[in-house]
Design a protein around this ligand. Structure first.
Ligand SMILES: [Zn+2]
Ligand SMILES: [Zn+2]
Length: 292
């Protein structure tokens, strides 16, 4: 399978794993925005924009039909994956041209891509907390996480001697080793274990990796406020919680499905009707400019 057919096949496989896919131009630059979006002001919300490929990684999707349409619209485009909690991925990007070296004491075996520049993309499950854009104290090692992207196989950028390719044999996507997480820590933030703060019954699990948790005291506090609200105030408090979680989704601290699941579970626990729960979530998300 070659060219466009190969990219479509790969993209569908990525999307099936929950990895959000989009296309870049052949030089790794974003595809140009349409004239309407290019002229839009700061009020234009890239999250809510319906365009197929505008706004770089905001266009990333797991919808197979949209993916096929993107690749049809840009048959020479490079396949890219939006990293971060949205896809459940944090990718360690080792670039030997800038001094990056594989450190096996930190970087335990996981799914890996060989890059055209002779480096590596090590795919790990997102640890559920913010990571720095660079591994502190190491040259040539970036971390592609929330707000980031990676070019994905089988893509060959213009002028590159070879394309991005998965290493053989293929490995499952692993979790970051505690030592790697420790090395990432520039400004220590409290990592609260999900089991103690997250009232949602089951963390999302992704193929090839462990549980993706969203260990976030803010999430727990927001939902607890609904639990503790007086009976007559619970509906409006759920709406407020929906707005709070919509902002967390916008910040890539939480995925939209997880936010909806957490809000639904909280509303049900407090005896709210399915109709009221849906209304609170929809209203809260729309008030924050987020699609539901
Ligand atoms: Zn557009
Ligand atoms: Zn737009």
């Amino acid at each position: 399978m070659s060219g466009a057919a190969g990219r479509l096949h790969a993209a569908r496989g990525y999307a099936a794993r929950g990895w959000h896919v989009f296309v870049l131009g052949r030089t790794k630059r974003p595809v140009a925005n349409c004239p309407r979006c290019a002229a839009a002001g700061p009020d234009h919300d890239p999250h809510a924009c319906p365009c197929l490929t505008c706004h770089g990684f905001y266009a990333a999707t797991i919808d197979p039909d949209r993916i096929a349409a993107m690749l049809t619209a840009h048959p020479d485009g490079l396949l890219a994956i939006r990293t971060g909690a949205v896809s459940g991925l944090a990718v360690v990007d080792i670039d030997p041209r800038h001094g990056g070296r594989l450190d096996r004491t930190l970087m335990t075996p996981t799914a890996a891509v060989a890059t055209p520049g002779g480096g590596w993309h090590l795919y790990y499950t997102h640890p559920g907390r913010p990571l720095p854009a660079k591994l502190p104290g190491r040259d040539g090692i970036d971390i592609k996480t929330d707000g980031g992207l990676v070019v994905a196989p089988p893509s060959t950028p213009a002028g590159a001697p070879r394309g991005y390719r998965w290493t053989v044999p293929a490995r499952p996507v692993g979790e970051m080793a505690p030592r790697l997480l420790q090395a990432c820590r520039t400004r220590p933030g409290p990592a609260v274990p999900a089991s103690t703060v997250t009232p949602t019954p089951r963390p999302a699990r992704r193929q090839g990796g462990g549980a993706i948790s969203h260990p976030d005291a803010l999430l727990a506090a927001t939902l607890a406020a609904v639990d503790h609200a007086p009976k007559g105030r619970r509906r409006v408090t759920l709406y407020g919680a929906a707005r709070g979680l919509a902002r967390m989704v916008a910040a890539d601290a939480l995925t939209a499905p997880d936010a909806v699941a957490a809000l639904t579970a909280t509303g049900e626990r407090n005896g709210q009707t399915p109709r009221d729960i849906r209304g609170a979530i929809k209203g809260g998300f729309e008030a924050e400019g987020m699609p539901t």
